[in-house]
Design a binder for this molecule. Structure first.
Ligand code: WQD
Length: 339
């Protein structure tokens, strides 16, 4: 069986690691990516890791005609939809860019799936749908979704709503919304990893770029939060664990005897503070990082981490890697990028 799996945004950070996991599990990923938010260096890395270039079509997911033609070219066993912008800050300054790409892209993919009778769908959702958890910081899939803090968060919140409404009209679909926490790290080969375009928004790439000298100094946004050391708490999950969860989610959908709409948290189940991630980086690399405290960042959630009981029960998946593994893999990737 071909076992073709469409991976939109497959040249991106999480997408490229998922392409590796799919191949390692015997599937044939078909990447759709127009490289608007990805760098072609990933292709060299994928070729080295996999021994050959994966199937790739440079298509904009907002171009429904081209996307539909691809559904005629392949018989897809499933679709994993990553293609979307994801910088929280940028989404505030350019909301329409986010709504066009993230919402229209999703609508196109869903329409092509229904039209071409492809039923298995994994959606790249986010813990941002929980907003700032009220009281309980460890969120389960039934923790109420609060209104997001940014247009980016709204595209995920609305994305889940669009998917739920679509499922009501097309109950043959088998859908898994994976709610990521904070993806970090890189492949152990250091041949693929996160490739921030411009100044990194996220914490770990800013740490590694500061350590390598591309950034002057890391600013820790706020040190007076009501947490163990005054800095925010996040659930940092290794990107390779996250990639594996996508394969397990597809396998779970394939096992279903009828249509299904489901949601899973994908995190480690453990919260770590910003300072703990910095300390892990310094301890594992032996480097002293140049950082200082600065003012809080608008829109930051104080503390959130995943309850992962359902992920283990439903898809028999649990994160295997630690934040120490993640900081080391991220550092090796940063050194490779600058070699
Ligand atoms: C983490 C912590 C910052 C940079 C991310 C993604 C979002 C979603 C959820 C998937 C915060 C602090 C950061 C810096 C800092 N993921 N920080 N100095 O905001 O949790 O959101 O995870 O969908 O797409 O963006 O991640 O890495 O930006 O921030 O102090 O230079 O690190 O204040 O407390 P965030 P982040």
């Amino acid at each position: 069986m071909s076992k073709f799996v469409l991976v939109t945004g497959g040249a991106g950070y999480i997408g490229s690691h998922t392409v590796v996991s799919l191949v390692q599990n015997g599937y044939t990923p078909v990447i759709v990516d127009d490289f608007r938010n990805a760098n072609r260096i990933v292709l060299k890395g994928l070729e080295s890791i996999l021994g050959k270039l994966p199937l790739l079509h440079e298509i904009d997911v907002c171009d429904q005609k081209s996307l539909d033609a691809l559904f005629k070219q392949y018989t897809f066993e499933g679709v994993i939809h990553f293609a979307a912008y994801k910088a929280v800050g940028e989404s505030v300054s350019e909301p329409l860019k986010y709504y066009r790409n993230n919402i229209l892209g999703l609508v196109n993919v869903l329409e092509c799936m229904i039209k071409n009778h492809v039923n298995n769908f994994v959606f790249s959702s986010s813990c941002t749908v929980y907003g700032e958890p009220q009281g309980q910081k460890e969120v389960t899939e039934s923790t109420p979704k609060l209104l997001p803090e940014s247009p980016y968060g709204y595209t995920k919140w609305m994305g889940e709503q669009i998917i739920a409404d679509t499922f009501r009209s097309a109950p043959q679909l088998r859908i898994m919304n994976l709610r990521y926490f904070n993806p970090v790290g890189a492949h152990e080969s250091a041949l693929i990893g996160e490739f921030p375009i411009g100044r990194p928004n996220n914490l770990l790439p800013f740490i590694t770029q500061t350590a390598i000298g591309k950034q002057e100094q890391l600013i820790v946004f706020g040190n007076n939060y009501p947490t163990k050391d005054g800095t925010c708490v996040r659930d940092f999950i290794h990107v390779v664990d996250l990639a594996e969860a996508h394969v397990r989610a597809l396998q779970y959908l394939w096992k279903q005897s009828a249509g299904k709409l489901d949601y899973l948290n994908v995190g480690t189940g453990k919260g770590s503070t910003v300072l703990e991630l910095i300390q892990a980086f310094e301890t594992k690399t032996g480097l002293k990082l140049n950082w200082k405290f600065g003012p809080r960042r608008e829109g930051d959630v104080v503390e959130i981490y995943a309850n992962v009981d359902s992920s283990f029960k439903k898809i028999a998946w649990k994160a295997q890697r630690t934040i120490e593994d993640a900081v080391m893999d991220a550092w090796n990737w940063e050194k490779y990028l600058n070699s």
